[in-house]
Ligand binder design. Structure first.
Ligand code: MTE
Ligand code: MO
Length: 512
């Protein structure tokens, strides 16, 4: 390679570094501005949320399959990688022709502005972080690239290139520092956590019976029958957890009603509260998966509030909306019959954790979360299935989502010593109930498992079978029997469109 060619290639690398550095400064400045004016308008958050909303159901399922509940982190890392590549390219192009790289970075800023402004619940300053990101990145890019160009006919020399490097590294360092400050600043606005911590929830007028001692088999490796809040699965489209001050929260019930009802936090808490043990399950849960959990919820029956509004006889659905624009379509009868459908404020004796819908969410026994369990709920529109669609319906999921009869093996897992051991797991069909579980080893005879005492028909139930394990490899399968006598179907189905099905089968190796 000739000297001139090598210089050219090195300058391209420098220009790429300048592009990267400009992007880091732009993003850092935007995060800082977002932390001050509107945390939810951070360019990363709004572009990520936009991608989540655009994603077809197969993409969502693939993301959950690959990354589990780490899918959001994976998305943010993905965006960062794409941004880095595009910014480096913008640097190289800017060196070749002034203005080209600037247009690219400016366009990225514009994208962030649009994504921020079309978010449901966008505030008046939602446009600002994106504008700041674009402007700062363009100015820094042009400043740095100018340093790589001959001035007044004098070629760029070694000293110029060293100065360029210092500027580029310096800018990147400033960018990283602002990024850190911006994120710390966002974390420092902990006021909602403080409000939550200070809350005292009213005690229940209708308490749930104490969980019977027979409900918990206490087997190592078996899921506990009541899931601690910290271990409760989290699934939602919210890249940034909504932060709602209860003082600002209200719920509006409208649509096909005799009179609109608006209820504030204080009004809600003054109503009689009820406890209910309900197992929530995600429609995306694979056979044997862990997107399911059980909690004791505290809330006011939704039925009572709907009665207050007076529901039209033609209505057959309630479209619930969250503060961040998610919607769920719940069959009206699931909210008006005698089941414990709650407007919940408490989870396992605490106010709802922020990620689980603080201050108020819906909990409906018997339906998958995507059609019933709206977190951060702010509106209930009484309507009809032929008039309105919920978030996941046009994305390939059924408009109705009753929970399927399912069972899962939790232990043993992987390998076990030969001799006396135990096979144990969970079974569920909320609001129907489970009558039994059967297990078979190496495709042998089905044997009946011992069922723990179910907390209620609205919760999952533990089961176990003693097993004398002989060394070698074995397969274990389970199937549940529903309270109405039907056996869990062996026919496999993927989660989309209305929930996975099939028997859970595991392989274990038994050591000598
Ligand atoms: N606001 C809002 N509520 C939501 C969702 C969402 O994306 N946004 N996802 C639903 C889905 S798909 C499920 S499975 C449950 C999960 O509730 P959890 O995260 O408390 O376990 O919340 C439901 N409520
Ligand atoms: Mo879900």
């Amino acid at each position: 390679m000739t000297h001139a060619n090598r210089e050219k290639r090195d300058d391209r690398l420098r220009a790429a570094a300048a592009g990267l550095s400009a992007a880091v400064v732009g993003v850092g400045a935007a995060e800082l501005v977002a932390a001050i004016v509107e945390p939810a308008a951070s360019p990363f958050a709004v572009i990520g949320s936009g991608l989540i909303d655009l994603a077809p159901s197969w993409a969502k399922d693939t993301a959950i399959a690959l990354f589990g509940t780490g899918d959001k982190v994976a998305l943010l890392v993905g965006i960062a990688i794409v941004l880095a590549v595009v910014a480096a390219l913008a640097g190289v192009l800017e060196l070749r022709r002034s203005g080209v790289g600037a247009v690219i970075l400016g366009a990225l800023g514009a994208l962030a502005v649009v994504a921020a402004m079309i978010r449901p619940g966008a505030g008046p300053f939602a446009f600002l972080p994106g504008i700041v990101a674009g402007l700062v990145a363009v100015l820094v890019l042009q400043f740095l690239i100018r340093r790589l160009r001959p001035v007044a006919g004098l070629p760029v020399d070694g000293a110029d290139r060293r100065r360029f490097l210092v500027w580029t590294a310096g800018a990147a360092a400033v960018g990283v520092a602002t990024l850190i400050v911006g994120n710390v600043a966002r974390g420092a606005t902990r006021s909602i956590e403080a409000v939550r911590d200070a809350l005292r929830l009213p005690s229940a007028a209708r308490k749930a019976a104490a969980v019977s001692a027979g409900a918990e088999l206490d087997i190592l490796g078996l899921a506990p029958v009541v899931t601690p809040n910290a271990d409760f699965y989290r699934i939602d489209t919210a890249l940034i957890v909504p932060r709602i001050d209860p003082a600002d929260w209200s719920l509006r019930i409208h649509g096909m009603v005799d009179r609109e009802v608006v209820i504030s936090w204080d009004e809600l808490l003054a109503l009689p509260m009820q406890e209910a043990d309900v197992t929530l399950a995600c429609v995306s849960n694979e056979v044997g998966g862990s997107l399911i959990g059980n909690a004791r919820w505290l809330g006011h029956p939704i039925r009572e509030l709907l009665a207050r509004a007076g529901v039209s006889a033609d209505a057959d659905m309630v479209l619930s909306t969250s503060s961040d624009g998610f919607t769920a379509s719940t069959p009206l009868e699931a909210l008006t019959d005698d089941r414990d459908s709650l407007l919940a404020v408490g989870m396992n004796g605490e106010p709802l954790p922020l990620e689980h819908g603080f201050p108020v969410r819906m909990v409906v026994p018997g339906l998958y979360g995507y059609v019933s369990a709206t977190k951060w709920v702010t509106q209930l529109e009484v309507t009809r299935f032929d008039r309105a669609q919920a978030y996941w319906t046009p994305r390939g999921w059924s408009e109705r989502g009753p929970i399927k009869l399912q069972s899962r093996i939790d232990v043993p897992r992987g390998s076990v010593d030969a001799g006396e051991t135990v096979i144990a797991g969970m079974a569920w069909q909320q609001h129907v109930g489970v009558e039994g579980v059967e297990v078979r080893i190496d495709d042998g005879e089905w044997q009946r498992a011992e069922l723990a005492t179910a907390i209620s028909d609205d919760t999952w139930v533990q089961w176990s079978v003693p097993w004398t394990a002989e060394s070698g490899r074995h397969s274990i399968e389970c199937r549940a029997i529903g309270a109405e006598g039907e056996t869990q179907t062996p026919d496999r189905a993927a989660p989309a469109p209305d929930g996975a099905q099939g028997w859970h089968r595991i392989e274990v190796s038994v050591g000598a």
